[in-house]
Design a protein around this ligand. Structure first.
Ligand code: SAM
Length: 192
């Protein structure tokens, strides 16, 4: 999805639910233009911002430089995270899991780099529970994949659970906006 679109009023209002909860060595997956960076607190020791698109890394740089903690930008994909096993305390993902081509592999990688007592904090849109909404999600998926690289049909809780996580907190429901994009999964998962 394009960076400008990540700043709409709904997203801006919802963002502060996730990043402020991160502690220790933090990995943000799909950093984008870095809109979460100002929301992290002094509980962060170091932030690794993983982002495969160089143009977005460049946009995140000024925010990274202003942070009160060290920020290392990783120009890489979540399917192959350039970090050691068990080296991260918190992983943050906001509106990213819909965009990663091999989401199963990426979640296995996240599990690998996360400490046994670490947390994956997520806010993601995905597969809705209502048949009429799912019909539109499935119809529009090819268009969204080609235009924005985003798959609106993913069952986020199932994907996260299948990768070796246990969901410890989960809130689901529709945010404001077009219903085929508005059903969200917000929560926390821990290694099983
Ligand atoms: C909709 S944007 C969300 C950006 C950011 N997380 C935010 O909250 O503003 C999706 C992000 O996922 C990133 N992305 C796409 N494929 C990826 C991959 N294989 N590994 C990591 N990030 C990826 C995109 O480059 C983009 O930054």
């Amino acid at each position: 999805m394009i960076a400008g679109g990540m700043k709409n009023s709904v997203m801006t209002a919802q963002r502060p639910r996730i990043a402020p909860l991160a502690t220790g060595r933090v990995l943000e997956v799909g950093l984008g233009s870095g809109l979460n960076i100002p929301l992290y607190t002094s509980d962060v020791d170091k932030l690794y911002g993983l982002e495969p698109l160089p143009a977005l890394c460049s946009r995140a740089e000024p925010l990274a430089l202003q942070a009160d903690f060290p920020v290392e930008l990783l120009a890489a994909s979540a399917e192959e995270i350039p970090l050691d096993d068990n080296s991260i305390d918190t992983i943050v993902s906001t509106w990213t899991l819909c965009s990663i081509p091999n989401i199963e592999q990426a979640l296995v990688e996240m599990r690998r780099v996360l400490q046994a007592d670490g947390r994956l904090l997520f806010m993601e849109h995905g597969h809705a529970p209502d048949e009429n909404v799912v019909k539109w999600q499935e119809r529009l998926a090819p268009l969204f994949k080609s235009l924005a690289g985003c798959d609106p049909t993913r069952k986020m809780d199932r994907l996260i659970g299948d990768a070796g996580f246990r969901i410890s907190e989960l809130e689901t429901g529709y945010f404001d906006g077009p219903r085929f994009l508005a059903y969200h999964y917000v929560g926390e998962a821990r290694p099983r």
